[in-house]
Design a protein. Structure first.
Length: 255
């Protein structure tokens, strides 16, 4: 009898500990709190990097075209279709994955992928290798909007949600503008410092250095994003969502 009582008591204490842990976790991710505003700041930075990496291609067109001996049609494909096709195709699947899987992990992996592919674009030796990098950028960036918006919807109540989304949009505008400016500045500075690319660090030309430099910050921010706490799904709207048993299968079914 004593053994049975002890087991019941230990089980009760274990359940109490779980309840306390869950309550503490929910408190850390409560809507409209200080931590929610911190998360929004990080998401704005992610949005800025999203459009920074996307915009920098535009200012490097002439140098890439001359160095790799590409046509206007080639550059049109690299700057438009190569990115857009993969962005649109994988956007649906990754959007669905954001519905059923951990969004901070998804956003961290996506940011890491598109930043890595941006940096690797600096080592492209021709049309095919640069196109593959642009495909990767498109896939990675396609998770940014669904992942960020889904997180915002759970971290902010309806009365502040639209303001949070507007702030996120500001990140896109800032990143796009900086992408053109920084890309041109890196290109001019690099070419002026090392007219002979064989003497430059890693033997990189100006347009290559611009891609590498643009990709590095995103790799660091991806690690930062991975530290964000996943909010309770549906908490801001009083909705309870069950975790999906096969999230990746569910996402792949949309392709």
């Amino acid at each position: 009898m004593n053994s049975t009582a002890e087991i019941v008591e230990v089980t009760s204490e274990s359940l109490d500990d779980k309840i306390i842990t869950r309550t503490h976790s929910a408190g850390n991710t409560k809507p409209d709190g200080r931590y929610a505003k911190y998360v929004l700041f990080v998401l704005i930075l992610v949005s800025a990097l999203n459009f920074f990496d996307r915009a920098i291609m535009g200012v490097l067109v002439e140098d890439i075209k001359a160095d790799l001996q590409l046509s206007d049609a080639d550059m049109g494909f690299l700057g438009g279709a190569a990115f857009a096709i993969f962005y649109a195709t994988f956007g649906m699947a990754l959007g669905r994955l954001a519905d059923v899987w951990n969004r901070t992990k998804l956003l961290s992996l996506g940011l890491g992928l598109w930043s890595l592919m941006t940096a690797l674009s600096g080592y492209a030796q021709g049309m095919r290798s640069l196109a593959l990098c642009r495909f990767g950028v498109g896939v990675g960036e396609s998770c940014a909007s669904p992942g960020s918006l889904s997180i915002i919807y759970d971290y902010f109540s309806p009365k502040l949600r639209t303001r949070a989304v507007a702030a996120l949009s500001c990140g896109a505008a800032i990143g796009g503008g900086l992408g053109f400016y920084a890309g041109g500045m890196i290109l001019d500075s690099w070419n002026a410092a090392w007219p002979d690319a064989s003497l430059a660090p890693l033997g990189l030309k100006g347009w290559q250095a611009a891609f590498v430099i643009a990709g590095i910050p995103g790799l660091l921010v991806a690690l930062w994003v991975s530290t964000l706490r996943e909010p309770v799904r549906g908490q801001s709207d009083g909705i309870t969502n069950q975790s999906h048993a096969r999230p990746f299968h569910e996402a792949a079914s949309t392709l």
